[in-house]
Ligand binder design. Structure first.
Ligand SMILES: [Zn+2]
Length: 537
């Protein structure tokens, strides 16, 4: 039996951006779009070109390779033609493959928010969809407040959806914008829309989590016939969040109720990377991953020792609804690390490091990583530090230079003009080839001063790190109180376009930063040598 395709639509960069406390830079957006594209999403919605400088800059280029790159914007205003609407014109200039138009479908909102007639709104939908189609892009329409609108005035909500479909929208997306609709209502209304003449193959669902049922509502809509599902990474979004794609995707792919009937664009191999995707995204947001997140949380397959643990060791299926490795997670029972071991080998292999499963150094590496993670290191978000640690433990990493000592000073004083200023200065003593070099630098804060001093004179290696650039710096306090532990993550890049994250942990923020800076430089020197070997082959 051929399976029906479910199309996955990500709106992390647009709806997810509405989350309080989240504000993506263009760089963040490029990185997230790349992650989603590689993972196998069908559509990556990037934002609202023209609405703000970030989104306009983001849409200056197409940011996906496989996924359809989607711009979001409003239908044309009433009273102007599609060709004279400035908002629509900006959308049509964006480097997008598809355009998702948001349209009102609740007559109450048409009256209050748009201030035009119901007929004018339907006309705006028709004309805007046609203009998108004429531009050669795939048109789709988000019917805002569709479920509430349908409950208030079913004929009008349907008229809006049908106007979109009949004018050529590839997808008509039914939105539960206020997030209060119940799963049974979603199923019933979707069936009514299909009965009214819009095939399920052209319908999508966009659910919000205000009653904790965005995932359930999305699945109910799929069961009732829709074939596109929208959501965000880790369910971020306004208020209580959007439907969580990190929960929906494994459910569609692993639960027979869906997996027997449907397929998605995500491969089984990529699904096994979903835990890593979810955690990497949290790292990018600089927030702790939810330990109890379905499928991907660190507790999702954890069992405390006791009767469950012994049964679990004999027959894992007894207490697990899906095998943890299918979503890249690990079983955590306090006695065995077999699951951990195969994960480690896979992780090392991904980085081109071959190791035998019986190698004792591998056991040593696993215990060092566990110990360090208990101290606060987060290697999921610091790939370069992980690779360095693995290469140091399993083989050898050249000691390029040795830092004898460093000193940092922060001074707050009045200058000659009587203005209060804060000055940071750092002194670093480094040994290169047995020769001591001392560098002094002032910086914008102590970490910056330390960074400049450390990278000022590395002797024969100096020319090699000329293109090393720090692009991001994140600090997280891991526990409160006066003895708080600080974790620092640093992202670096060089002229090859390579980007890498390193980590440092200490009860002293300067020391944590220093560790991450050191790892970054050593990783850079190591990669330069890897590149040289590759070029020679
Ligand atoms: Zn939304």
């Amino acid at each position: 039996m051929t399976k029906e395709r479910i199309y996955l639509f990500d709106t992390t960069l647009r709806d997810g951006q509405q989350t309080p406390g989240i504000d993506f830079s263009v760089e963040d957006k490029v990185q997230i779009a790349g992650m989603l594209d590689q993972f196998g999403l069908d559509y990556v919605e990037g934002g609202y070109p023209g609405a703000n400088p970030t989104d306009t800059a983001f849409f200056a280029k197409k940011r996906t390779q496989r996924a359809s790159f989607v711009a979001f914007g409003m239908t044309k205003r009433a009273g102007v033609s599609a060709s004279n609407d400035p908002g629509l014109a900006t959308l049509l200039q964006s480097k997008s493959d598809a355009i998702c138009l948001v349209a009102k479908s609740w007559d109450y909102h048409v009256r209050v928010a748009l201030g035009c007639t119901n007929e004018e709104n339907v006309e705006s939908i028709r004309e805007s969809v046609k203009a998108v189609a004429t531009s050669g892009r795939e048109p789709m329409v988000d019917c805002e407040h569709f479920f509430d609108g349908y409950k208030a005035n079913p004929d009008y909500a349907l008229a809006c959806a049908k106007a979109a479909y009949e004018s050529g929208a590839r997808w008509v997306v039914l939105c539960d914008t206020n997030g209060g609709t119940q799963p049974a209502e979603v199923g019933e209304i979707v069936r009514a829309v299909i009965a009214a003449g819009i095939p399920g193959a052209s319908l999508g669902i966009h659910a919000h989590d205000d009653t904790g049922q965005a995932v359930a509502n999305s699945l109910a809509a799929i069961e009732a016939g829709v074939r596109q599902v929208q959501g965000t990474l880790n369910g971020i979004g306004e208020r209580c969040g959007n439907a969580n794609l990190v929960t929906i995707i494994p459910t569609l792919m692993l639960k027979p109720a869906f997996a027997d009937r449907f397929e998605t664009g995500v491969s089984a191999e990529n699904l096994a990377g979903i835990a890593r995707l979810s955690r990497a995204f949290d790292e990018l947001l600089n927030r702790a991953p939810a330990t109890q997140a379905p499928y991907v949380g660190s507790s999702a397959f954890a069992t405390k020792a006791g009767i469950h643990a012994s049964a679990l060791l004999k027959e894992p299926e007894t207490y697990e609804h899906v095998p943890p490795e299918t979503v890249g997670n690990t079983r955590r029972v306090m006695v065995s690390d077999q699951g951990g071991k195969s994960n480690f080998i896979a992780e090392l292999k991904r980085r081109g490091i071959a190791v035998d499963k019986d190698d004792r150094k591998l056991d040593a590496l696993i215990s060092i990583v566990k110990e360090r993670e208990a101290q606060g290191y987060a290697y999921e978000g610091a790939d370069a530090s992980f690779e360095l640690l693995a290469r140091r433990t399993l083989g050898r990493v050249e000691e390029f230079f040795h830092v004898e000592s460093f000193r940092c000073m922060v001074e707050r004083r009045y200058d000659a003009n009587g203005n209060l200023k804060t000055v940071s200065e750092a002194i670093v003593k480094v040994l290169v080839d047995g020769e001591e070099r001392m560098s002094v630098a002032e910086g914008n804060g102590p970490v910056n001063a330390l960074d400049i001093a450390l990278r000022k004179d590395l002797g024969k290696f100096q020319a090699e790190i000329g293109d090393l650039e720090l692009v991001d710096y994140k600090v997280r306090i891991l526990n409160g109180g006066t003895e708080a532990i600080t974790r620092v993550l640093i992202e670096s890049q060089d002229d090859t376009g390579r980007r890498w994250w390193t980590v440092g942990v200490s009860d002293n923020i300067i020391d944590a930063s220093f560790q991450a800076l050191m790892d970054s430089i050593i990783y850079k020197l190591l990669k330069n040598r890897d590149d040289a070997v590759l070029a020679a082959e």
